[in-house]
Write a protein that binds this ligand. Structure first.
Ligand code: FAD
Length: 417
């Protein structure tokens, strides 16, 4: 575990604030959400906003705390113990907020960002279309311009918060602006005429967060709601790449909290539960699962911290993209392994709702799929790695020459001759 001293006093103070907030969330809210009795927990956002815990990274001018990513990751771990739904709603402020903070006009920051940070305006992000989420640039949602008004048509699905959001950040192509990448534009679409929200999903987990389908039928969007205004037209690709940093770091941060929560329950259980006259934690089959889990969680924390630090330092976008994708992939897979280990350690009772591990397991299954599947993370990681690698010759020692046969260049055949 990262120790308090490695985090430093400011970060531990913030962590404790978030911990208090998380501890105060009513158990009933979590249970009602999981039972699909809640459609959208607006009071969660209101309370987080009241405590000044939303959009931690954004400038104080707009209501944020101007904190670094490395601190937000610590906050996310604390929130992650709640599962996926509530941390996702918290993260949406960070994700959509990033787009508005970086690309929005001052007028848009005042209208949208500040009330978001106060917990008074709920937002959702709409990227995925029924025809596919991984191939983002194949999106077919189209905006037709008429003077200073855009008419948006298309569908998005799996939008968390759709049922309660006041504003949707929607990606669509503007007709006449060229190919998908040139035409992609981010719109701040307010709930209203032409915007339908359908509640259609029976989700395995991640319930109660208002996940729905959005249908836009010639929805009127004024130019003032194009992210960045006139200058934002066709900048959707840039917005998308920037937004994928919080999109994926928030998943990575929350994942550690989910794994930690499940493992702590299992480890305490293993210290009390007996079999064959022994505490079950005395059996290697149990204790090694705990050791592996703790190691995976610490490795995920370390990679998360490294990716967050690179983002804070403003490293080259491709490098940040690679590290953020590595963090998302590693942390979500680590969490999946850890929560499964926790269930195995609990035995049969782990499969029941006597313990929350089964809910955490259902929630954790999602995180290797959303915010870009882990297959897409692999695509990004290798792509950015090659881009960095092939830009420069091998550095330092020429290790390739450290082989007895290295002086036989005729044997180095690449099939291109
Ligand atoms: C509960 C939930 C909440 C969500 N929240 C949101 C949200 O708030 N907003 C939003 O916009 N979206 C959201 N999503 C959508 C999510 O991000 C997508 O489901 C995800 O990106 C995958 O897209 P897809 O489901 O269309 O699968 P597809 O893109 O159809 O992919 C299907 C499979 O093919 C694989 N695949 C596709 N292309 C490749 C490739 N090139 N190489 C290797 N494998 C590939 C994928 O990895 C996957 O395994 C949510 C989804 C769920 C289930």
């Amino acid at each position: 575990m990262l120790t308090d001293r490695t985090l430093g006093p400011h970060v531990t103070a913030l962590r404790d604030e978030v911990r208090d907030f998380v501890a105060a969330i009513p158990r009933k809210l979590l249970l009602d959400m999981d039972a699909d009795l809640v459609r959208f927990p607006r009071e969660f956002l209101a309370e987080a906003g009241r405590r000044h815990l939303l959009g931690l990274r954004f400038a104080q001018r707009w209501g944020g705390r101007a904190l670094p990513w490395t601190t937000e990751m610590v906050a996310l771990e604390e929130l992650g113990v709640l599962g996926t739904s509530l941390p996702c709603l918290w993260s949406l402020v960070s994700i959509v907020g990033e787009a508005i903070h970086e690309f929005g006009t001052d007028e848009q920051k005042e209208r949208f960002l500040t009330p978001m940070l106060r917990g008074k305006l709920a937002v959702a992000e709409a990227l995925t279309e029924p025809r596919g989420g991984s191939d983002f640039f194949a999106a077919t949602t189209l905006a037709r311009r008429q003077g200073d008004t855009f008419f948006l048509s298309g569908q998005k699905r799996f939008v968390v918060g759709a049922e309660g959001a006041d504003v949707f950040l929607v990606y669509g192509r503007v007709a006449g602006l060229g190919d998908a990448k040139d035409a992609m534009t981010a719109f701040l679409v307010e709930r209203g005429e032409g915007v339908e929200v359908h509640h259609v999903y029976g989700l395995m987990g991640t319930r109660g967060g208002g996940t729905g389908r959005l249908v836009f039928k010639e929805a009127r969007v004024p130019l003032a709601n194009v992210l960045g205004g006139e200058a934002g037209l066709g900048r959707g690709t840039e917005v998308f790449h920037r937004m994928m940093v919080p999109e994926r770091l928030t998943s990575a941060g929350g994942a550690v909290g989910m794994g930690r929560a499940a493992m702590e329950i299992a480890a305490r259980y293993a210290d009390r539960r007996h079999a064959f006259g022994e505490k079950i934690r005395r059996f290697e089959g149990v204790s090694f699962k705990i050791a592996e889990s703790i190691t995976l969680l610490d490795a995920a924390r370390a990679l998360n911290h490294g990716a967050a630090r690179a983002a804070d330092l403003g490293e080259a976008p491709g490098t940040v993209r690679r590290l953020v994708s590595e963090a998302k992939k590693f942390a979500t897979e680590a969490a999946w392994t850890v929560v499964n280990h926790a269930m195995q350690i609990l035995g049969g009772i782990g499969y029941t709702n006597i313990y929350p591990v089964e809910r955490l397991l259902r929630d954790t299954r999602l995180i290797t799929i959303w915010t870009g599947t882990n297959e897409i993370m692999n695509l990004v990681i290798q792509h950015e790695y090659y881009r960095e690698l092939l830009q420069q010759p091998p550095m330092g020692r020429q290790v390739e020459a450290d082989a007895a046969g290295a002086e036989l260049p005729d044997e180095k055949v690449y099939g291109t001759e």
